[in-house]
Design a protein around this ligand. Structure first.
Ligand SMILES: Cc1cc2nc3c(=O)[nH]c(=O)nc-3n(C[C@H](O)[C@H](O)[C@H](O)COP(=O)(O)OP(=O)(O)OC[C@H]3O[C@@H](n4cnc5c(N)ncnc54)[C@H](O)[C@@H]3O)c2cc1C
Length: 595
């Protein structure tokens, strides 16, 4: 049975020591969000995740969801856990107090989300999708819609979905066919089939609010003709309770590789009553309000799963005895040494640690910028932070889910054959992590977003939000004796990033395929450089603590992990750089018939 313990110490280290989380309480209206308030929230979240959600992770995977005549039953224990989750106020922590939410900073919420994903990603999908629906409705819904639906969506009595995908269109939403016909009462009749809809049908809440992308006949072709609608499973009655059943039904659920306790549904809309959210034909914009938040949240899914796998790999590597150490016996009282003595096992464990702790710092960095972009009194500062979040969103989503998946795979390898069989739970992490690289825009599409939209935006204005602070940091610290071994590798990676950026910017103009061919390597080069910068910041804090006489194994571990990252993982930027500079000709001139 796998175990999970929320990494609260590292979470607090990132939030307070590295990113000055205490500043959150200086933002207008957030005076209450001091450590005294935030720490118990993190403690309580950890308790819920460790004691309630984690024990259901394995059984939920074994049992999965069941579909019968349009109804979906979640695995045993999920309903009770959801009630505890809802009654504890966890559905509302990141929601606006205007709708009954607790308005917690994103930098805190992202840590709670990590714990939920580590302990039970399938469970987390239900409130996660509701939150996505909440964000779109809050940003673009009319006052009437908000009044009718927000309070119950926020307190978790009702849940939400995001219905984009259709059988013939996933990435290319311009192809979608679901139709919305205007009705005399101002509503729309929605008809079409959506597939792969997470939490489309389940037994956790009394009503489900579907946010559906559809086309109003006569509108512009392609993505410019898409509108967003709210389609409740039950139409609210005069008292606001679930009333008449709407014409939307779950046709079946998917049998899939992972997150088996999350219902992935085919949803049939047959003239279902829906209401427009935002303006006609501006649905994609309304949906994108949700997508940035959701993409950060999906990035954190990679981190959460990777962290859970990592923790179990460490425990196993200390217990499992096999062979003797190459440098002589380490456990003479045992028949063999624990596998943690072997260089390759140490390489695997350190890779997991360096990637996941780096990703946690990345998540907190971007989430805090998101908070500042919303709450800072100076509009200039808000804009700068908004630009930064916009730039980093595809990196957080793709890098953290790719690394989460790699780390979960390493977690199986540490267990050897015992990782591949079901008993220890390591293989579930691999299966569960895999989807996060695909949904919410595949990671290939995130890379295109980075090079095609974020990179050229405002003639490089977004890029400067990352390049300027890193460049200033490198200039200030590269000669610093105590930091040199960390800052010099960062400086090298940063030069590669700058040169690759120039190369892509030059070629992309006339030959867009070149930018496409470079995009995935570029995102990884960018992401690893960001992690190198963050590891430098972590080392500085750790060194300061040690110098102040507060040192312990945690801070020693930080410095040693950063050293491993710089020496053994960051060199990957060299390979990525070479691939980018080689260009895309070898791919693009390859004849299709020869594949
Ligand atoms: C478990 C699960 C849950 C999901 N939950 C939801 C949900 O709640 N709501 C919802 O609406 N959808 C959901 N989805 C759908 C998911 O978002 C899509 O599967 C995803 O967007 C990819 O679409 P697709 O599967 O049609 O792949 P395609 O779009 O057909 O892509 C296939 C491949 O082609 C690549 N590709 C496509 N276009 C380009 C391009 N221009 N350049 C480079 N590469 C490209 C992709 O990266 C991918 O590798 C879910 C899917 C799964 C499996």
């Amino acid at each position: 049975m796998p175990s999970y313990q929320a990494p609260l110490r590292d979470m607090r280290f990132c939030l307070y020591d590295v990113f000055g989380g205490d500043e959150l309480a200086t933002l207008p209206g957030w005076e209450d969000f001091t450590r005294d308030l935030i720490d118990p929230v993190l403690d309580e979240a950890a308790k819920l995740c460790e004691e309630v959600l984690h024990p259901l992770n394995r059984s939920g995977d074994e049992e999965g969801c069941a579909w019968k005549e349009g109804e979906v039953t979640t695995p045993k224990g999920f309903k009770e856990a959801y009630t505890l989750f809802k009654d504890g106020g966890w559905t509302s922590i990141a929601c606006d107090p205007a709708y009954g939410g607790q308005g917690m900073p994103a930098a805190v919420n992202i840590l709670v989300e990590e714990m939920i994903c580590s302990s039970n990603l399938s469970f987390g999908m239900y409130p996660g999708l509701s939150h996505g629906a909440y964000v779109s409705l809050a940003a673009h819904g009319s006052d009437e819609l908000k009044a009718a639906y927000m309070p119950k969506l926020v307190d978790g009595t009702w849940s939400g979905t995001m219905c984009l995908t259709e059988p013939h269109c996933g990435t290319d939403l311009g192809l979608l066919r679901t139709a919305a016909i205007p009705q005399e009462d101002g509503s729309y009749a929605i008809t079409g089939t959506k597939i792969f809809i997470s939490a489309g049908e389940h037994d956790l809440t009394e009503n489900i609010l579907h946010l559906v992308l559809a086309k109003i006949p006569g509108g512009p072709k392609g993505v410019k003709g898409i509108s967003l609608f709210l389609v409740p499973k039950f139409l609210p009655d005069a008292a606001g309770n679930p009333g008449e059943r709407n014409a939307v039904a779950c046709g079946s659920i998917e049998h899939k590789m992972g997150i088996k306790a999350s219902a992935t549904c085919v949803m049939n809309f047959d003239g279902a009553k829906g209401w427009l959210i935002g303006e006609p034909h501006k649905g994609l914009r309304a949906m994108f309000a949700m997508m940035n938040t959701e993409r950060l949240a999906v990035g954190v899914q990679g981190l959460g799963i990777g962290e859970a796998s990592r923790q179990n790999a460490v425990i196993y590597a200390k217990e499992r005895i096999q062979m003797r150490s190459l440098s002589g016996v380490k456990a003479p009282d045992k028949a063999a040494d624990p596998i943690i003595v072997h260089p390759d096992v140490r390489r695997m464990l350190l890779t997991q640690k360096a990637y996941m702790e780096g990703c946690r710092a990345l998540a907190v960095w971007v989430a805090k910028a998101l908070d500042v972009s919303k709450k800072h009194p100076d509009p200039e500062v808000r804009k700068e932070n908004d630009d930064f979040v916009s730039l980093m969103t595809p990196i957080v989503k793709a890098l953290m889910t790719d690394l989460g998946s790699e780390v979960a795979n390493i977690g199986v390898q540490v267990f050897g054959g015992h990782g591949y069989i079901r008993e220890h739970g390591q293989e579930q992490y691999v299966r569960d992590a895999r989807i996060a690289q695909i949904y919410e825009g595949t990671n290939g599409v995130q890379s295109l977003d980075l090079v095609g939209r974020k990179m050229p935006e405002g003639a490089g204005r977004l890029l400067r939000r990352f390049f300027h602070p890193v460049s200033e940091y490198v200039a200030a610290k590269v000669e610093d004796e105590t930091m040199g071994e960390f800052v010099q590798p960062l400086a090298k990676a940063f030069v590669r990033l700058q040169q690759a950026t120039g190369q892509i910017a030059r070629t992309a103009l006339g030959r867009p395929d070149e930018a496409g061919a470079a995009s995935v390597d570029y995102l990884r080069l960018f992401g690893l450089t960001a992690l190198a910068y963050l590891w430098c910041l972590e080392v500085e804090v750790a060194k300061a603590k040690i110098d102040a006489g507060e040192g312990d194994i945690f801070y020693e571990g930080k410095i040693a992990t950063a050293r491993f990252f710089m020496e053994r993982l960051l060199p990957d930027t060299g390979a990525r750089f070479s691939a980018i500079m080689a260009g895309g000709k070898s791919m693009m001139t390859f004849p299709d018939e020869a594949f």
